[in-house]
Design a protein around this ligand. Structure first.
Ligand SMILES: [Cu+2]
Length: 386
C-alpha cells in the first residue's frame, strides 16, 4: 500500500470512529424524542362537567305519543299533578357540559345528542388517551363522578368508603355543594373493546356519595371508549354513522334528594303530603317514573336515523330489583357480540352495545318488554328515513 492510500484508509477509519461516537451520543437524545412523540400521540381529552339542578319534565309534549292520545286514567297515575300528586315535572339533578373551567357557559346542545335527555354528556376516549374531567358540584348535596371501566387511582374514584386512604385521596369522594375536583382517568387497553366487541364499548359514570339517591336524582351519564386506531379525531368510531345512548330506569322520586322540595313546589297540599307521604302507597307509586332517558310514553325526542346507516346503540340500566329491562326494537334487528336479536336484557348496572343497520323505513316502537313497565310508559319511538 503506498503512502497516500494508507493515509486515506486511516482518515476513513478515523471518520467512522467519530460517527460511532456521535451515534452513541445521539441515542439518548433520539430515545427521548421518540418518547416525546408517543406521549404527544396519546391524547388528553379535557371536559368541564357540572352537576346542576333543573326542573325535569318527563313528558314535555303533554300527551301519550305512543297512542297519539291525551293522557287517560292509566297514564295519570304517573303524570297528573294535584293536591297530593307531584305530576310529571320534578326538580332533579343532571350532569351538564360547560365550555371551560369558569363554568359560566353551558356547551350548546348538539342535535345528534338531543335524545340523551336527563343523561350527562358523552365522555369519549380512544385506547391510549387520558380523560381529564374538571367537575363542579352546582347542586345542594354532595356529589361526585365515579367512572366504570377506565383506570383510576384513589384520587379519581369518586366514591367514599373505608379504603384506608386519606388527605387528597379523599377529595374526589364527595365534592361538596359549590366544590370542584379534577378527575384523571386513563383509557388503557383493558378499558377498550375486547376480542368479541365492535370498535367501541360503553361504560357509564355516575355520582356515588349516596349512589341510590344520587342516581335516582338523575346523576348518570355515558362514557364511550373506542379501540386504538379506530377513532375519528373526536373519539367516535370510524366505522359507525350514528350513535344512540338509552338509559332504562325507574327513577324512584321517593328516593330523590329533592323529594321534599318536589312536594313543596309541585303538590297542592304540601303539608298534608309531607305528613303522610310514607304511608300513602298511591303517592309513592305516582313517583315511580318508568323512563327512557327520563321520558315516558314516547316523549323521548331525536331517535332518527337513515335506512342503511351503520347505527350503534349503547344501552344502560341502573336502579333496583324492578330495573330488569328488556329494550325491544320493532321493525329492525341488531347484532350483539355477533349474535342476532331484536331485544336486549338489562339488569341494574348493565352496559351493552349493539349494532343495527336499519332496513325498514318508518316510525317504530322502542320499548321495554316488561309488561308492568309498558303500562307505566317505558316506551319511545324511533324513526328510520328512506
Ligand atoms: Cu323495563
Amino acid at each position: 500500500m503506498n503512502e497516500s492510500r494508507r493515509s486515506v484508509v486511516f482518515r476513513r477509519s478515523g471518520r467512522n470512529r467519530e460517527l460511532k461516537v456521535l451515534l452513541l451520543l445521539l441515542i439518548p437524545v433520539l430515545t427521548m424524542l421518540i418518547g416525546c412523540t408517543s406521549a404527544i400521540a396519546q391524547h388528553t381529552r379535557t371536559y368541564f362537567i357540572a352537576a346542576v339542578d333543573l326542573d325535569w319534565d318527563y313528558a314535555p309534549t303533554g300527551i301519550n305519543q305512543i297512542s297519539g292520545n291525551a293522557f287517560g286514567e292509566g297514564e295519570n297515575v304517573f303524570v297528573q299533578s294535584g293536591k297530593e300528586r307531584i305530576g310529571k315535572v320534578y326538580q332533579k339533578a343532571a350532569y351538564r357540559e360547560f365550555t371551560d373551567g369558569t363554568f359560566a357557559t353551558m356547551k350548546a346542545a348538539d342535535p345528534r345528542w338531543q335524545h340523551l335527555g336527563i343523561l350527562g354528556p358523552v365522555i369519549r376516549g380512544e385506547v391510549g388517551d387520558t380523560i381529564q374531567v374538571t367537575f363542579k358540584n352546582m347542586t345542594s348535596f354532595p356529589a361526585s363522578m365515579h367512572p366504570h371501566g377506565v383506570f383510576y387511582r384513589k384520587d379519581s374514584e369518586g366514591t367514599p368508603y373505608n379504603d384506608g386512604t386519606s388527605g387528597s385521596d379523599k377529595a374526589d369522594d364527595a365534592v361538596p355543594p359549590g366544590g370542584t375536583h379534577t378527575y384523571t382517568w386513563e383509557v388503557r387497553e383493558r378499558s377498550g373493546p375486547g376480542p368479541m366487541d365492535g370498535s367501541s364499548v360503553l361504560w357509564m359514570y355516575h355520582s356515588h356519595p349516596d349512589e341510590p339517591k344520587d342516581t335516582n336524582t338523575g346523576l348518570v351519564g355515558p362514557l364511550i371508549v373506542t379501540r386504538q386506531g379506530s377513532a375519528n379525531p373526536d373519539g367516535s368510531p370510524k366505522d359507525v354513522d350514528r350513535e344512540f345512548v338509552t338509559l332504562f330506569t325507574v327513577f324512584d322520586e321517593n328516593a330523590s334528594h329533592y323529594l321534599e322540595q318536589n312536594i313543596e313546589r309541585f303538590t297542592g297540599k304540601p303539608r298534608r303530603v309531607l305528613k303522610k307521604r310514607l304511608e300513602d302507597d298511591d303517592f309513592r307509586e305516582s313517583n315511580l317514573m318508568h323512563a327512557v332517558n327520563g321520558y315516558l310514553y314516547g316523549n323521548l325526542p331525536g331517535l332518527t336515523m337513515e335506512q342503511g346507516e351503520r347505527v350503534r346503540w349503547y344501552l344502560i340500566s341502573i336502579g333496583t330489583e324492578v330495573d330488569l329491562h328488556t329494550p325491544h326494537w320493532h321493525g329492525q334487528t341488531v347484532l350483539m357480540a355477533g349474535m342476532r336479536t331484536d331485544m336486549v336484557e338489562l339488569l341494574p348496572g348493565s352496559m351493552k352495545t349493539v349494532d343495527m343497520v336499519p332496513d325498514a323505513p318508518g316510525t317504530w316502537l322502542y320499548h321495554c318488554h316488561v309488561n308492568d313497565h309498558i303500562d307505566a310508559g317505558m316506551m319511545a319511538l324511533f324513526t328510520v328515513t328512506e
